[in-house]
Design a protein around this ligand. Sequence first.
Ligand code: HEM
Length: 159
Amino acid sequence: MSSGDAMLVQTTVARRFRNTPADCNACNMEELKRFSRKEIAERNTKQQAMFIIHNQVYDVTKFLDDHPGGHEVLLDVIGKDASTDFIDIGHSSDANDMMKKYHIGEVIDKDKITYQKAKAAWVDSERTGESANDSFLNSWKFPVVLGLLMTLLYTYIFG
Ligand code: HEM
């Protein structure tokens, strides 16, 4: 064990994953390393580059130069929680698979946070009364109903 590793508070949890892809770093580990957020904050150099995504810890030291999005973006988030950045980019399922290779552990329970799901960018306009009115005014139905009313009025007055 390196001195760097020895510094870590390594509360370890015996854990065996059900799915164990060949390239999955942590999947085949009997014991998953656990890190405090403070410990990850200290791993923020090119020599030791780690970040957190959804309470899971990734060591991307060897990935910095291979990341298709470039090393700068990763250097911006090392030592931090990169969940929002990772999601905002809209990474592909290939990228999500690739992550397993760099997964080395998880955040200790005390430091775990609950992440909000991204809000849907669109709103189902037919579910809200106000919006439903807007869509009626903007749809083809409005001029048709108006035309019918005008015809009825014309017939009533002049017919
Ligand atoms: C272990 C974690 C990560 C892996 C395995 C990974 C992998 C990838 C891969 C495979 C791509 C190519 C596009 C795709 O397939 O989606 C990509 C693009 C990119 N990634 Fe990551 N990524 C990781 C973390 C991050 C983080 C934390 C950020 C932001 C701080 C980031 C920012 C980007 C950007 C900006 C691109 C370029 C997107 C584009 O050109 O449209 N990545 N990444």
